[in-house]
Design a protein around this ligand. Structure first.
Ligand SMILES: [Fe+2]
Ligand SMILES: [Fe+2]
Length: 403
């Protein structure tokens, strides 16, 4: 090993120690702050690392975890009398370009991986929630695999639209396998969905090139792609059958790239068949959907199903102009001059029949939540207004190729 390599190794070791130290010292500062309108089984509290405000530490602004805690009765003891407590992590929306085009996004994805590897005790597994790549380029997807392969535990992948529409998922499936999938872990049924591959065919009639097809899909507010997010009938049938043998009181955790409700259709923050999908989940008493795509702190409950938006590592999206679901305590605007601000990854801890979901958010330490009631539109808009895009209101039939 030459001197440069030794220095690099030492630097990495120091970084790892720094991360471990910060994780060890993470303590709750304000447990149990109630959210307006939040159901009795859920409350959110915010916490600060270094409770008491220890100043002058270089790692002091690594994270501000924001925590959703909810009851989730799960088998905390297994048949052999051992304890089933565990945790897992989520990374999504890394939006990687080729490294020579954009190093910022690469740096942030690597940071999330380093921090997850430094957890002690370690997580049981990691979920990559889609939008690993920015423009579906095989170079981007392979770079993503290279970065995610550094994780020391199993990684489960679901696709995002940015991973898919250049080659219609060929490289993604080749590298990461098919979705949907399911597995049981310590008394919890985990299900990964594909909410992105069943877009209406908006490209054939217009003779779009693969790059044009991908380019339209990559826009937030585009009117060309139609209501592209959806499970489709075949996947809904699969979901129903995969839950057939599951006890209605046992926990179900769903991973979807898009939110499984109608948050803001004009930006495709929804899936078009969310009602039918929630109907399948409704008989189960303990369902949580963790989703990516919205790149922001977001919380909603529909009937007995809770739906939680996860952080991105690449950039934060603004909130929908109509406001956020009343149960969400919105995050404040991030610092536009700091490309780590408002971003990060998520950690879920299953312990003693409770689940803690933590936003492992980088940089922010104060003023993380908007505090005025009108900030989430609750005062003016007690139930979130449904705003289907204009095309949907005029649409009377099915798009070609959708089910
Ligand atoms: Fe995204
Ligand atoms: Fe997305």
């Amino acid at each position: 090993m030459n001197r440069k390599e030794r220095m690099e190794q030492q630097r990495q070791q120091e970084r790892l120690e720094e991360v471990r130290d910060a994780l060890r010292k993470r303590e709750l500062l304000e447990p149990g702050i109630s959210m307006p309108g939040m159901s009795r089984r859920t409350f959110m509290h915010k916490s600060l690392m270094f409770a008491g405000g220890v100043a002058g530490l270089s790692t002091a602004n690594l994270w501000l975890p924001i925590i959703n805690t909810f009851d989730m009765a799960f088998a905390s003891e297994n048949a052999e009398g051992g304890i089933n407590n565990f945790r897992f992590a989520w990374i999504s929306d890394t939006h990687l370009y080729p490294e020579d085009v954009n190093t910022r996004f690469v740096e942030k994805a690597k940071r999330a991986v380093d921090e997850i590897n430094a957890l002690d005790p370690p997580v049981d597994f990691v979920v990559m929630g889609g939008d690993l790549a920015q423009l579906g380029d095989p170079v981007e997807l392979r770079l993503g695999k290279e970065i995610m392969d550094e994780l020391e535990v199993d990684v489960y992948y679901i696709p995002g639209e940015h991973d898919w529409y250049l080659d219609m998922g060929e490289t993604f499936v080749d590298l990461f396998g098919e979705s949907p999938w399911t597995f049981d872990h310590k008394g919890v049924r985990f299900i990964g969905l594909d909410t992105i591959s069943r877009a209406p065919d908006y490209w054939s009639v217009t003779n779009m090139s693969p790059e044009e097809r991908m380019g339209h899909m990559a826009g937030l507010d585009n009117s060309v792609t139609g209501p592209w997010a959806g499970l489709g009938r075949s996947q809904r049938d699969w979901l129903e059958s995969t839950l057939n043998d599951w006890d209605r009181d046992d926990p179900v955790v769903i991973f979807s790239h898009n939110p499984l409700y109608e948050y803001y259709p004009p930006w495709n923050f929804w899936v078009r068949d969310w009602r039918e999908t929630l109907e399948i989940l409704r008989p189960f008493n303990n369902v949580t959907d963790f989703h990516g795509h919205t790149h922001q702190v977001l919380y909603n409950e529909i009937d007995n199903i809770r739906l939680i938006g996860m952080l991105a590592t690449a950039w934060p999206w603004p909130y929908a102009p109509e406001g956020v679901p009343p149960m969400t305590r919105p995050m404040t605007r991030v610092d536009p001059g700091d490309h780590f601000d408002g971003l990060g990854w998520d950690l879920m801890t299953f312990q003693d029949n409770r689940v803690e979901h933590e936003y492992m958010m980088w940089r922010r330490r104060d003023h993380i939540f908007a505090n005025r009631p009108e900030d989430n539109a609750v005062t003016k808009n007690p139930s979130i207004k449904l705003q289907p895009r204009v095309a949907d209101r005029m649409w009377t039939g099915r798009y070609r190729g959708t089910d």
